[in-house]
Design a protein around this ligand. Sequence first.
Ligand code: NAP
Ligand code: GDD
Length: 347
Amino acid sequence: MKTAFITGITGQDGAYLAEHLLNNGYRVIGGVRRSSAANTWRIEELGILDRVELVAFDLLDPHITSSIIRKYQPDEVYNLAAQSFVGTSFDQPAYTLKVDALGVVYLLEAIRTEKPDARFYQASTSEMFGLVQAVPQREDTPFYPRSPYGAAKLAAHWMTINYRESYDMYACSGILFNHESPLRGPEFVTRKITIGLAEVLEGREAPVQLGNMDAKRDWGFAGDYIKGMHLMLQQDKADEYVLSTGETYEVREFVTRAAQAIGFDAEWEGSEIDEKLRDKKTGKVIVEVNPEFFRPCEVDLLIGSPAKAEKNLGWKRDVSFAQLVTMMAEQDLERVRAGKPLYNAIG
Ligand code: NAP
Ligand code: GDD
């Protein structure tokens, strides 16, 4: 039985990855930050809370990191923990840099000293491409991060490569484009849209307020992407891989499709900060722009080429953009109708 240590097991990807590894016969150790409120709702929803071993962990504490690697001697380490919200990284740049870059160095050092043959996965990101230098973006496209988050992740990306080259460690970086699911954090735009529209359909007065709807993203399903992470650690040698769909859509398109999926018949009107989506049946505005959600610096376009992962790993995503939007919109409508908690968030 292989042992995997997952940091960020309480997050979207951590929960799906834990489920996937358990289904593949792994012992799963999950690092969890102490919190005054329960933060295990995702692994509870997947029904795996009693099948994973949760241990107290914080990326900013090198002592606990080393002692976990020493004690559990994991075969595979997946570093999914991060301050992952780009918007917050502008408000908390120093904290984001510590967690997303320095925290990764603590983990790499712990592996180097306590279990150097452990295989390591670093959650790198398409945010590193930022102001894109080529279309589509590939593993060899030059980086140009546009947020403290992107810059911190780029430092961690190069540290991962540096540990591989310096110490012959099996250290991989997955450059993952946006991936979403019904377990996505509610501050990210897709989930903010699907929760908000469901609430408006069920009687909420206030429209969904969004920032820049011109931004284009390459959105896939998280359940497909975690399989790629696992595959990256099963190869003969460590490498970098882009995981993406190869398609890109505006935020506005996600809104339109999510509204349709739950039965709205709505039309867009106005432009720029006066742009609105109005329900034709009731005449109510259901989506509007609030400049508060604009970012100081924006990533306008992301579209990745998954060709290398498809060729070398045999990875392929199963869920289309249309299926993803429908899945998220329908599940959030069900949650709202059932009165299930939706976990408030800033963003
Ligand atoms: P997420 O839902 O925001 O989960 C982040 C996880 O990190 C949570 O479990 C969180 O714990 C934990 N965490 C945050 N700070 C920590 C710290 N100081 N010490 C220990 N744990 C900490 O993110 P996700 O969407 O699953 O993404 C997983 C990883 O992939 C992240 O590194 C993200 O940056 C990266 N990534 C994501 C995407 C995407 O589209 N989803 C794309 C590319 C890369 P709490 O539950 O306590 O907050
Ligand atoms: N969150 C949010 N809220 N974003 C909005 C809003 C809003 O109200 N209105 C417009 N947007 C735009 C953002 O400006 C951005 O251009 C786009 O929607 C996507 O924003 P997010 O869903 O917050 O994701 P992200 O692309 O910034 O970052 C996600 O993907 C990265 C990979 O490219 C995160 O998961 C990162 O952790 C990940 O690395």
